[in-house]
Design a protein around this ligand. Structure first.
Ligand SMILES: [Zn+2]
Length: 192
């Protein structure tokens, strides 16, 4: 296990957006938080997903390719530009594998049924198909208009703004909001 605390952020209000946000800026440098298989398994765990922890050699590259496609499409949507065709093709490839990964369970006592998450661990193709589906569902819904880029120009995080009045500006107060507040405070003091 890696010793440092994992810095994954879950500020997107959507799992596909949280997945895109596994690339962050730290002190002006773009950092990929999914460096190896272990990172991916850890991210899935923190995202509440039960992922098989033995990955194939092609799994991480496929994951990063889908993440990039989702990022490009989301940014295009935020800027109200058409999505690049290649990114859409990559997302649609994964979407074709989408399955519910659910099971129907019957309660023998009262003969009632419940749809529950399947017990077996997710394989990477199923995980990616589900992330593609969650992203696609968001993009195709009216909520796509709530997609925003963090107002800190040096931050790469995006999120779905579910706040009242749609006034959210920052990925999070801790990461960027407070920093901006402090900068404004200093600026105001200097100009006084
Ligand atoms: Zn930010």
């Amino acid at each position: 296990m890696k010793s440092e605390v994992t810095p994954f952020v879950f500020v997107g209000n959507n799992i596909a957006i949280d997945f895109v946000n596994t690339e962050i800026m730290s002190r002006g440098v773009l950092i990929d938080l999914l460096q190896d298989d272990e990172d991916l398994v850890q991210w899935a765990h923190e995202a509440g997903l039960n992922l098989k922890n033995r990955l194939n050699a092609t799994d991480l590259p496929a994951t990063l390719e889908l993440r990039q496609a989702l990022r490009v499409i989301c940014l295009a949507r935020i800027d109200r530009l058409p999505a690049p065709r290649k990114a859409l093709a990559i997302l649609n490839q994964h979407l074709a594998n989408h399955s519910t990964h659910q099971a129907l369970k019957c309660d023998k006592d009262n003969n009632e049924y419940a749809l529950i998450p399947a017990q077996d661990a997710l394989t990477i193709p199923v995980l990616l198909a589900n992330l593609a589906y969650e992203g696609a569902k968001l993009l195709a819904s009216p909520q796509a208009a709530q997609l925003k880029h963090c107002s800190n120009a040096e931050c790469v995080l995006i999120f779905k703004d579910t706040s009242r009045g749609q006034k959210r500006r920052w990925c999070s107060m801790d990461l960027c909001g407070n920093r901006a507040k402090v900068a404004t405070h200093y600026r105001n003091n200097l100009t006084r």
